[in-house]
Design a protein around this ligand. Structure first.
Ligand code: NAD
Length: 343
């Protein structure tokens, strides 16, 4: 009775392609570790389009509204056909203003060892607000393209506070504020000013410095160890978060979280991998690490830490790895090996 009462309701979206296979493996591992989630499984993506004509059907959205917490497998956005990106729709629907992208070396011996970085990206403002139009000139209807970016002081302050709070809660030492205020003086100057104001309030607890985005991109390649956390605006965050994933071997094992005031959605950064769907060979680790972020989010860092440790041992001591990591294990065999390490 007590055990059931203490379960945390959470929406589970297996998604498309390899989604159901990796979700099944991840749920088995989370259960074996004692994760306290009561799953409400919801259909989204292509299957939902076939049934109700919408990749994000109403029951899925209602479930997230109720649980405010979701673990999401990859969803295919059909090309053409007038469907907006499901990820953008979810971001807007639940005002998911913070995108959190950690990158940690899981398998030593790659290009860079001992990487442990977290990038926090503003998710709703900047150049991604989509205020775009063309201007016709001399009979060419699309002679000039105009795009306006919008950064607000409130939105900049909110993402900076999120980053510094995250640093305190997760024992991080330094936040680097990344901008282009030397050229985009208004658009990214407002972000820099607001973030520096927030940084002052954390003096003595979390160190802060700043970098211009192009210099930051180069420094990430030359000496990534100088960074601990990065906070930046939407477009720069989009680019730098993939660069950071590249430091630890690409998107295949990258988890991400989209966090807002009314919900938090955790996901693997990779897509539905239609080329290997149904073969049972997909790597479930990105979604599993997203599950660990979800455990951190609900205050169960203890369980998340045990799972991360079991993953490290499985990959580096037992040498059980899926094909994308140079091994031969199936999705299920990798899950079984991690579960053995949890016991
Ligand atoms: P993808 O990430 O699905 O695949 C790129 C390559 O990486 C493929 O060769 C694939 O086999 C491999 N790969 C990806 N995940 C893997 C895993 N877990 N284990 C082993 N190999 C893996 O990217 P794509 O092919 O450009 O996109 C396919 C579909 O996914 C598209 O419809 C796209 O819209 C969608 N997508 C969804 C999300 C999301 O829901 N978060 C993100 C990206 C793409």
């Amino acid at each position: 009775m007590t055990a059931i009462a203490s379960l945390i309701p959470a929406t589970l979206i297996p998604g498309d392609g390899i989604g159901p296979e990796i979700t099944d493996a991840v749920v088995r591992i989370l259960d074996a570790a004692g994760a306290p989630f009561a799953w409400d499984v919801q259909e989204g993506g292509m299957a939902a389009i076939g049934k109700v004509g919408d990749p994000l059907p109403a029951p899925l959205l209602e479930s997230i509204r109720r649980t405010r917490l979701a673990l999401k497998g990859p969803l295919t956005t059909p090309v053409g056909g007038g469907f907006r990106s499901v990820n953008v729709r979810l971001r807007e629907e639940f005002k998911l203003y913070a995108n959190v992208r950690p990158a940690r070396t899981l398998i030593p011996g790659g290009r860079y060892d001992d990487i442990d970085l977290v990038l926090i990206r503003e998710n709703l403002e900047g150049l991604y607000v989509g205020f775009e139009h063309y201007i016709p000139i001399d009979g060419d209807p699309q002679a000039a393209a105009i795009s306006s970016g919008v950064n607000t002081r409130a939105g900049s302050r909110r993402i900076a506070e999120f980053a510094f709070d995250y640093a305190v809660k997760n024992g991080r030492k330094k936040v680097t504020i990344v901008h282009k205020a030397n050229v985009l003086k208004a658009l990214t100057g407002i972000f820099l000013d607001a973030a520096k104001d927030v940084a002052k309030r954390y003096e003595g607890k979390v160190a802060a410095d700043e970098r211009i985005v192009d210099a930051c991109a180069m420094q990430l390649v030359l000496n990534p160890w100088q960074f601990d956390m990065i906070v930046t605006t939407n477009l720069f965050g989009d680019i730098l978060s993939d660069e950071i994933a590249g430091l630890v071997g690409g998107l295949g094992m990258a988890p991400g979280a989209n966090i807002g005031e009314s919900a938090a959605i955790f996901e693997a950064v990779h897509g539905s991998a239609p080329d290997i769907a149904g073969k049972g060979i997909a790597n479930p680790l990105a979604l599993l690490l997203a599950g660990c972020m979800m455990l951190d989010h609900v205050g169960r860092n203890d369980i998340a830490g045990r799972i991360r440790k079991a993953v490290d041992l499985t990959l580096c001591e037992d040498l059980v790895r899926t094909g994308d990591l140079g091994g031969k294990a199936t999705t299920g065999e990798l899950a079984d090996a991690i579960i053995r390490r949890l016991r």
